[in-house]
Design a protein around this ligand. Sequence first.
Ligand code: CAO
Length: 452
Amino acid sequence: MSQTVEIKVPDIGDFDEVEVIEVLVAVGDTIEGEQSLITVESDKASMEIPASQGGVVKSLSVKVGDKVKQGSVLLQLEPAGEGEAKPAEDDKPAAAPAKAEAPAAQPAKAEAAPVKAEPAQDKPATAPAGQAARSAPVQAAATDSAVPVPHASPSVRKFARELGVDLHKVRGTGPKQRITQDDVRGFVKQALAGNAPAAAASGSADGAALGLLPWPKVDFSKFGPIETKALSRIQKISGANLHRNWVMIPHVTNNDEADITSLEALRVQLNRENEKSGIKVTMLAFLIKAVVATLKKFPQFNASLDSDNLVFKQYFHIGFAADTPNGLVVPVIRDADKKGILEIAEETSALAKKARDGKLSPAEMQGGCFSISSLGGIGGTHFTPIINAPEVAILGVSRSYQKPVWDGKAFVPQLTVPLSLSYDHRVIDGAAAARFNAHLAGLLADFRRVML
Ligand code: CAO
């Protein structure tokens, strides 16, 4: 009866635990010695762990996301050929069969550790290879180029090299936008079909992909003390989205102002009356309601581009930018047209709290038709909000102030809120944007008109 051997993680240098980011073999596969089995990633490098011998994979003990270290069992292998089914029986400890069975010519680990490593993509390219370089050879490609290195495992890089594909132009669909073999294949298919993928659509629209100069690499420590911190997950995701939206959408911003003197008085009165309810009515709730009424009058603002079509939505889900300790998120109030001010106020406050606590579910951030970014509680006069694709417009709200307005006899104070409407000029022209903003300002000045 055939016997199986355990294939374990060999000595991976100074790393204690590393995350499995790719499993490159499946149960039933016939593999050869030295064939890559998994890719692991530390905060410094990604490495492939190769098989120490050939055979048939009988079972897998790891999956993507698992943490492994030297000695962790990766899989059970039925070795190729009879009589070779013995695990290492030499002087190596139990944790070392994979290494022990590596080719006899394999020298000490420092020169030829059985892993192939590359610096992790999301580390600064100027970071020294450090530990990774000591335990495994780090390919020079990552450090001697001024252009950021795309996130891909060594085997994917090899595959891309064989096909002559520049990985900077490939959109990664794996975790952390890692480029997979399928992404490279898809890129080649598209190129063969004559559709070079739009660089900006890759979400990693770096300088090389756009044909621009590479991002300046500066050793800031030459000029003074520095501290380097990794971007949060939310910052990375929202950054990639904002970058795409900024690059792909021709933005124009229309600035206007609304007289909210009476609306603010109503808000204060409502809050006084509802003190016991615990629901605080903020300007945001009124803005959402007034925006919905304006979207009904100007439906092209409640639309999305889909190739040569414009999709008009008959529902009114309004997103609002929320500032959280980990970055910007945009929760969505669904069916805002069917909700009253108090209900919207309660929901925005609950969603903003969830956002700050990092507890928003993906569903709570999906399906938005139009977004509002309110910096009114913080400050500023006007700004240019970036459209949240595939939406076609976004309203930026700044801090209200007392504006002296001439009433024919004297200057009277008017509480005024600045409104900055960014719109996608492919869908909306300047006149429509000015009308939208003016209509919205009119509703805020006389909120009774929202009911009309
Ligand atoms: N002018 C003046 N004051 C305003 C105002 C405005 N336009 N809007 C709100 N305020 C006041 C509120 O009345 C409140 O005052 P009190 O504490 O005295 O009652 C205070 O500012 C704080 O308001 P808030 O921030 O708690 O409530 P909100 O509904 O206005 O905003 C939310 C909620 C989630 C939008 C907000 O907390 C937030 O995160 N804003 C930042 C959004 C952001 O980052 N946008 C940028 C995106 S692009 O980078």
